[in-house]
Design a protein around this ligand. Structure first.
Ligand code: 13P
Length: 260
């Protein structure tokens, strides 16, 4: 995905019911000023995607699915497909650490989902990151390498233009223990170097890389200031519309507002 906008994604996970989601969007829509250099993406429960798609101003917010099944239709009780989400969401999270670790999704599942999203004109945000153990063993770059290769197998250079990568170290998610900016830069460089190896230098320079893991109002700006980082994937701190708005505000760079 091109790096012309900073992407701020709010992943609500399994929080907020229908009434709460609608109230939240009502509140946030009064606060957020649309800017050309910022894309605000909400990833609520699937239950409210359709109603929120009618409630939001599409210039102000985009929607993302937190999950979906990779087949387009069929006898898969309880699942939602990317083809059913088509036209409702513009983005989808794929390979989130909670999908990998709580629901045991493999790289094979992840790759099938990246393909299903692209097939249905939904931009996948491929989430990758190492566990605390892998980090302590010095395996971070190997894990990023394996998850990238695993998730992007069969994706062409042209299709890669639809993909964003989110670096979310598992140990930083929901722990309050966020990665230090220097480590985030190092991980993003490792990701770009792997993309360069797979797709060439242009693709590596062009792909959007987000950081996620215990991002809060007071740490957001530190990550957004990093040259390698093109946005944030925010969990807990996105659940309060006021706090999320403070994070969104940090993404708009008046210096680049010449584009507006
Ligand atoms: P937290 O911001 O709550 O750590 O969650 C991060 C995350 O998993 C976003 O997808």
């Amino acid at each position: 995905m091109a790096r012309d906008k900073t992407l701020i994604v709010g992943n609500w996970k399994m929080n907020l019911n229908m009434g709460e989601a609608s109230l939240y969007v009502h509140q946030l829509s009064k606060m957020v000023k649309p800017h050309r250099d910022v894309e605000v993406i909400l990833a609520p429960t699937s239950l409210v995607l359709q109603s929120l798609s009618l409630q939001i101003n599409p210039r102000q917010f985009k929607l993302a699915a937190q999950n979906f099944y990779w087949r387009d239709q069929g006898a898969y009780t309880g699942e939602i497909s990317a083809s059913q989400l088509r036209g409702v969401v513009q983005y989808a999270l794929v390979g989130h650490s909670e999908r990998r670790h709580v629901f045991h999704e493999s790289d094979k599942d992840t790759r099938a989902k990246v393909q299903a999203a692209i097939r249905n004109r939904i931009k996948p945000i491929l989430c990758i990151g190492e566990t605390a153990f892998e980090r302590s063993e010095g395996e971070t770059n190997d894990v990023l390498h394996d998850q990238l290769i695993g998730g992007l197998a069969n994706i062409t250079s042209e299709e890669l233009e639809q993909v964003a990568i989110a670096y979310e170290p598992v140990w930083a998610i929901g722990s309050g223990q966020n990665a230090v900016p220097a480590d985030v830069t190092a991980a993003a460089r490792a990701i770009r170097s792997q993309i360069k190896h797979l797709y060439g230098e242009k693709a590596a320079n062009n792909i959007a890389i987000l950081y996620g893991g215990s991002v809060k109002e007071d740490s957001a700006a530190d990550y957004l200031a990093l040259d390698e980082i093109d946005g944030l994937l925010v969990g807990g701190a996105s659940l309060d519309a006021h706090v999320f708005n403070e994070i969104i505000k940090k993404a708009h760079k008046p210096a680049s507002a010449g584009k507006e």
